[in-house]
Design a binder for this molecule. Sequence first.
Ligand code: UDP
Ligand code: MG
Length: 324
Amino acid sequence: MQNKHTQKNCKLSIIIPVYNEEANLLLLYDQLVAVIKRLDISTEMLFINDGSRDASLEKIVQLSKQDERIKYINFSRNFGHQIALTAGFDHVIGERIVVIDADMQDPPSLIYDLYKKMDEGFEVVYAKRKKRLGESRFRLWITGLFYRMLAKISTIQIPLDTGDYRIVSRKIVDLLHQMPEQSKYYRGQIAWLGFRQTYVEFERQERNAGESGYSYINLIKLALNGITGFTDFPLRIVSISGFFVSGVAFIVLFYALITRLISDKIIIEGWASTIVSVLFIGGIQLIGIGIIGEYISRINQNTRTRPLYIIEDSNINHGAAIRK
Ligand code: UDP
Ligand code: MG
């Protein structure tokens, strides 16, 4: 597939997922053009309109009429950020590929540094956040905790304080095509691939306009994709807690028997302890089933092998545009 894609001599592809970003697109475009000019290389900008409800699509189409470096894919509905990136990776033709948010939180001027750093022989250069403006403390704390936990319980080390803003080589994108899982978690998948990876630092800005499309529910879904995709640790915890609870039950049973034998009490009092232990076991079982369910639901998704996204229209015409 890559041969068909690299038909033109395109040095750099920039993938921009877009969900309700009408107020950011012009500014973003201006800054992208500036950095491309500075790099002075042939570039394409691929906007993925992920079911925006505002005028994002109209803005993109208009830009594409003025500038032939602009490509777009318009999804039939909102499929989510990671799936928008999937469509991007499926359709870019460049030798190097940048992923950037449309809301100006990732400063486009940094693409210059990412590109130059790659010249030193890296396959992946992350943009690492020195500071993160405009995000709540709770969110920063909980995401930080998540990455540390994931690093502990899985074999992949996702660099702390990085998002999806990065540059990768064509080799990485081709390898990502060999990872067809439906529940995508690109930070994990790219870290899992290995090779020489490094980062450049930047200060993450506040969103220019509009609202974050990532609700806490979306963040939890993404986190669950990360966990189920890269470790079976939660399943092990379920079995370990099973052994633990059975152990406790055995001790209590022993205690009850002894008490019965050495004292004259026929009924050991304590309905409270009975209720508590029933609820406790019930809780543990439900959590266990829930965890197993998360894994099973991903098996289910993967066996359905549905297309990951549906393209309504696009201005890409290198033959692969409607591949999915
Ligand atoms: N995005 C998307 N689909 C979605 C949600 C977000 O394509 O369902 C895009 C969004 O337009 C932005 C990028 O993904 O370019 C990052 O999203 P956002 O800024 O909402 O996330 P945050 O920075 O708050 O984590
Ligand atoms: Mg953002």
